[in-house]
Design a protein around this ligand. Structure first.
Ligand code: NAI
Length: 304
């Protein structure tokens, strides 16, 4: 056991209610993390029935942890009893922290936080899980942007320890510290940064994908060869092509485009035409059964 100050004292506290808005892939993962850390968790999604599905999804994932012996049955039952679907945004009124994981569109996120400001207490922390939008811009229209932070989890959130805690232009350093300490108390490895396009990881990763795509476009090597070279000698678990097939070619291209545009089209971040053609053809990666590699018939290994 760790002492209170090591375990994130200064965070929202173990009894603090965590609300998660947007209960897709990331929202469910973040909800699971907060739940297992002991918080009461409320889920809200604008699509009817989606929050209830997410409650069932999280409960199912906890069941699998019990089967694998990584969570006690009693702990699982107590966690599920703390998890509730909210039918409306005003049911999130008692949240100490709201984490937003909705669609990656600036006006939609701005609208949501303007509505949330009317609902939550003045000292509630507001956080976005955005991958590629400006934290500063999302908070731009808020009456109290000081308590707004980026809390950027990685997929799958229950497994990957890193969380980027992003301070926007108006973020109060005390709010960023609260978010950091909260993530730490959840067993995560938070890192702090300011609001740079792509934050740390998605920005540093751009040239990893971009140079691999250029090598391919020049005809110097094919995707399987480039992936193998990086796996075998670069220490990467996956090469850039199989990794973007996992992420989704459309998602990966959108992040590249967003970083490129944020830097006023700096050629260093220019998106790849080969990747654009792949997206246009509908080869989005694993989720469409075909990207740089084929995943037809549930193939375990990608086939060129
Ligand atoms: P998703 O598409 O799986 O889920 C989004 C959910 O938000 C859907 O259930 C949708 O009904 C709901 N939603 C949309 N508009 C809403 C609104 N106005 N109010 C309430 N709910 C609304 O998306 P995913 O992949 O979970 O991504 C969510 C956020 O997390 C995005 O900002 C994305 O950039 C970010 N992110 C995604 C990662 C990933 O690998 N998928 C990794 C890290 C961050």
């Amino acid at each position: 056991a760790v002492s209170a100050d090591e375990a994130g004292a200064g965070g929202i506290g173990p009894g603090g209610v965590v609300a998660v808005v947007g209960t897709g892939t990331m929202g469910q993962g973040i909800a699971q993390v907060a739940l297992v850390a002991g918080h009461p968790v409320r889920l809200y999604d604008s699509a009817p029935g989606r929050a209830e599905q997410a409650v069932a999804g999280v409960a199912g994932r906890l069941d699998r942890l019990v089967e694998k012996g990584r969570l006690g049955k009693d702990e699982r039952d107590a966690a599920v009893a703390r998890l509730h679907a909210a039918g409306a945004l005003d049911e999130l009124a008692d949240a100490a922290l709201v984490v937003e994981a909705i669609v990656e569109q600036l006006p939609v996120k701005q609208r949501l936080f303007a509505d949330l400001e009317q609902v939550v207490a003045a000292d509630a922390l507001l956080a976005t899980n955005t991958s590629s939008l400006s934290v500063t811009a999302i908070a731009g229209g808020l009456a109290h942007p000081g308590r707004f932070v980026g809390l950027h989890f990685f997929n799958p959130a229950p497994l990957l320890p890193l969380v980027e805690v992003v301070s926007g232009f108006a973020t109060d350093p005390a709010a960023a510290t609260r978010a950091y300490e909260t993530a730490k108390s959840w067993g995560k490895t938070p890192v702090r940064c300011t609001d740079t396009p792509g934050f740390i990881v998605n920005r540093v990763a751009r040239p990893f994908y971009a140079e691999a795509l250029r090598i391919y476009e020049e005809g110097a090597a094919d995707p399987a060869t480039i992936d193998a070279a990086l796996r075998e000698s670069g220490g990467f678990r996956m090469g850039p092509f199989e990794l973007t097939d996992l992420i989704g070619q459309d998602v990966n291209e959108a992040v590249t485009r967003s970083v490129w545009e944020s830097f006023y089209q700096d050629p260093k971040f220019t998106p790849s035409l080969a990747q654009r053609r792949l997206v246009e053809s509908g080869r989005l990666g694993r989720k469409s059964g075909h990207g740089w590699f084929s995943y037809a018939d549930g193939a375990e290994r990608p086939e060129p």
